[in-house]
Ligand binder design. Structure first.
Ligand SMILES: Nc1ncnc2c1ncn2[C@@H]1O[C@H](COP(=O)(O)OP(=O)(O)OP(=O)(O)O)[C@@H](O)[C@H]1O
Ligand SMILES: [Mg+2]
Length: 237
């Protein structure tokens, strides 16, 4: 049994179907990547996994338990943590306050939270430099770092990251991908949604999605990103 098993998942908005029998597996300790063009259903997929969008049919099994339709807060406690598209940090709060809010489920474990904050600012030293700055005044890249760092405060077993590289410079994209790799090496299973095929460098496993189904899957190392880009991403190689 895989760590995350998606079976025949279907859902949509109103009467319009988006996911039409989606199935894939992520193994414990892996970094998996879900690629696809705009509107393919990537965000819908991870929102449904995280319990933030209702499934019409099919199932999501995590760590041996069926979790389809569970309360999202309970899923966070089980270790499924989503870093949503568009960052969604609290703009009127400082970096420090955003991180403390991320650690809310573990507020009694001050020592554990301190360690995690230390780890997060080691991953992203920029956050330490801007510690008391309001999140709304951070650059887009800094907000993305904060969003990831805040997700880590919730002690994920499985991190779902929606388009972390969106709007970032190539250099910052590299930084963010590198940190995700370190987070994974430290033991967290990762499922990343991306349109940037550069992410394949990190991927143990990759899935390409089109119109709500998986049209290609393979080991990350076997997927030449130029080929993928040409065949599935609608961009020149
Ligand atoms: N709240 C909503 N109400 C109605 N339709 C929606 C809603 N959210 C998404 N959709 C539709 O569902 C389809 C899949 O959207 P989704 O956001 O999952 O795609 P995506 O692969 O994440 O795309 P992108 O790369 O642009 O983020 C699209 O056709 C979109 O218009
Ligand atoms: Mg999306």
């Amino acid at each position: 049994m895989s760590f995350l098993e998606i079976r025949d998942l279907s859902t949509g908005y109103g009467a319009i179907p988006v996911l039409q029998g989606l199935s894939f597996d992520v193994e414990e300790g892996e970094t998996a990547v879900l690629l696809g063009l705009n509107g393919a259903g990537k965000t819908t997929t991870i929102l449904t996994i995280a319990g933030l969008h209702e499934a019409w049919g099919g199932s999501v099994t995590f760590d041996g338990k069926e979790i389809t339709g569970r309360d999202p807060k309970r899923l966070v406690a089980e270790g499924i943590v989503l870093i949503p598209e568009g960052r969604h940090v609290f703009p009127q709060l400082t970096i420090a306050q955003n991180l403390r809010l991320g650690a809310w489920p573990y507020r009694k474990d001050r020592g554990g939270n301190r360690e995690r904050i230390e780890q997060a600012v080691e991953y992203f030293p920029r956050l330490r430099e801007r510690w008391a700055q309001m999140a709304g005044t951070l650059s887009g890249g800094e907000q993305q770092m904060l969003a990831i760092a805040r997700g880590l405060m919730a002690r994920p077993k499985m991190l779902l990251i929606d388009e972390a590289s969106l709007g970032l410079s190539p250099k910052l994209t590299h930084t963010v991908f590198d940190v995700v790799r370190q987070i994974n090496l430290a033991g967290t299973t990762v499922l990343m949604v991306e349109q940037n095929a550069g992410v394949l460098k990190l991927a143990d496993r990759a899935f390409v999605m089109e119109k709500g189904t998986i049209v290609y899957s393979g080991a990350g190392a076997d997927m030449n990103s130029a080929d993928i880009r040409q065949a599935y991403m609608g961009a020149p190689a």
